[in-house]
Design a protein around this ligand. Structure first.
Ligand code: 13P
Length: 249
């Protein structure tokens, strides 16, 4: 399967800034022969601009950073799959570490978001990952198992072809501390194994991305590891030049 390189812009960029970065990215990647799939996750307000700027780049898609599991209704501040699709998003992140740990999102809510977004035609990148405390207390497998079981509890078998998993160790996000090859290989191996328990044979074709302090100089090494099918990039995706280097790594 083609490697997926995804940019999570988090709460950065106005519409004009998003348009500029996406247009620069399109320029840098046009005519570069790459079989990589590129996904950009701007803030909600800039999804339409980013989608328009990336329209001519066949390998690129745009996604949203979150979604609410209802079609519409009295959910102040939330956004539905149909609204995201209407803005030009085809992907959505669920369970990002910042939503779990800063916004206190539960495993159960992440599961409802994942299933609902898939059922409504979006591709979903479910994020999982352990804190430093959990890793140091030997709970890596247990945490990943809990997050995968709850995150995928309601997913319909027919929707698995639109699912990806991003392993992002919380201690590596925004810290400059990337998981070493052994740590990443181990966590991705465990994730693949646990996915098999939850999804059966379909687990083999679900892309597993690594995220956490990915930079142009460590991207190729991470992509070479077994069971690393792509990268989810935060800080280093905010500049078109550095993100393009990661796409082409
Ligand atoms: P950084 O690349 O800034 O560590 O962020 C990773 C991340 O959270 C991507 O979703």
């Amino acid at each position: 399967m083609p490697k997926i390189i995804a940019a999570n812009w988090k709460m950065y960029k106005t519409r004009a800034e998003a348009r500029e970065t996406a247009a620069a990215l399109a320029r840098l990647l046009t005519e570069k022969r790459t079989d990589r799939q590129v996904i950009v996750y701007p803030p909600f307000t800039a999804i339409a601009e980013a989608a328009a700027a990336l329209d001519g780049l066949a390998c690129a898609a745009v996604g949203a950073q979150d979604v609410y599991p209802a079609a519409e209704g009295a959910f102040t501040g939330e956004i539905s799959p149909r609204m995201l699709t209407d803005a030009g998003a085809t992907w959505v992140l669920t369970g990002h570490s910042e939503r779990r740990h800063v916004l206190q999102e539960s495993d159960e809510l992440v599961g409802r978001k994942t299933a609902f977004a898939l059922a409504n035609g979006l591709c979903v990148m479910l994020c999982i990952g352990e804190t430093l405390k959990e890793r140091e207390s030997g709970c890596l497998r247990e945490v990943l198992q809990r997050q995968l079981q709850a995150g995928l509890a309601e997913v319909a078998p027919g929707d698995i072809s639109r699912l990806a998993i991003a392993y992002e160790p919380v201690w590596a996000i925004g810290t400059g501390k990337v998981a070493g090859p052994d740590e990443a290989r181990e966590a991705h191996g465990i994730t693949r194994e646990l996915l098999r328990d939850v999804l059966g044979a379909a687990a083999a074709s679900v892309p597993l991305l690594y995220g956490g302090s990915v930079k142009p100089d460590n991207a190729a090494g991470l992509l070479a590891l077994d069971n690393v099918d792509g990268l989810l990039v935060g800080g280093a995706s905010l500049e078109a030049e550095s993100f393009a280097k990661i796409v082409l790594a």
